[in-house]
Design a binder for this molecule. Structure first.
Ligand SMILES: C[S@@+](CC[C@H](N)C(=O)[O-])C[C@H]1O[C@@H](n2cnc3c(N)ncnc32)[C@H](O)[C@@H]1O
Length: 193
């Protein structure tokens, strides 16, 4: 069971579904993730904290789509696709809602085994799947925010992201637990081939 900290209670008080909302808020304050965005895809979105922030940022007119293998409680004005991001059929269902996105978010975590090398490899596998989805579903000039666990595959993965975007920064928001190996890669100016 995870320790309940300041951000956990703050999320509860403010009506958010996860403490992860504060990581996205901090990333948005620093990098203007949602500036000018009208369409957002959130990969691995359950329980839906990031979806709540995306909807707030985009307002009524914005299109926000979330995907997860776990179901979520409905959020007004948000489309949820129940499915595995590793399956082609899931992406097809997403693209039938919206064919291109201004922003793609990915906060994927695998079921943790407790064996670090295995968990790292599985997480990078999900991050890579998210990058591949971005290559097909992100607009030219778009923004990708992607969580990646630091480890032996991380530098290679970062290089793969750098190849596709004009601006790439890595950061660990203060709402991310110090004990966690997660980093957030913020990539802007997508170069669609
Ligand atoms: C840290 S949580 C995301 C939290 C979310 N950003 C929020 O603010 O509520 C990670 C999610 O990754 C999802 N996930 C893991 N593997 C997946 C897969 N192959 N396809 C879709 N979702 C997956 C899990 O079900 C879990 O809900």
């Amino acid at each position: 069971m995870r320790r309940k900290d300041h951000y956990y209670y703050k999320a509860q008080r403010e009506g958010y579904r996860s403490r992860a909302v504060f990581k996205l808020r901090q990333l948005n304050n620093r990098f203007g993730i949602f500036t000018g965005a009208k369409t957002v895809l959130d990969l691995c979105c359950a329980p839906g904290g990031w979806l709540q922030i995306a909807k707030e940022e985009l307002g009524e007119e914005g299109i926000v789509v979330g995907v997860d293998i776990n179901r979520i409680l409905d959020i007004d004005g948000v489309t949820f696709v129940y499915g595995d991001i590793l399956e082609e059929e899931t992406l097809n269902r997403v693209l039938s809602v919206c064919s291109e996105f201004d922003v793609i978010l990915s906060d994927c975590s695998p079921n943790v085994s407790g064996i670090w090398s295995v968990d790292h490899e599985r997480q990078i596998f999900l991050a890579r799947a998210s990058l591949n989805i971005a290559k097909r579903a992100l607009k030219d000039g778009g923004t990708l925010v992607i969580k990646a666990f630091q480890g032996s595959e991380y530098p290679n993965f970062l290089k793969e992201v750098q190849k596709c975007f004009g601006f790439v920064r890595t950061t660990k928001p203060s709402a991310s637990r110090k004990s966690s190996a997660e980093m957030y890669i913020v990539a802007k100016n997508f170069r669609k081939k």
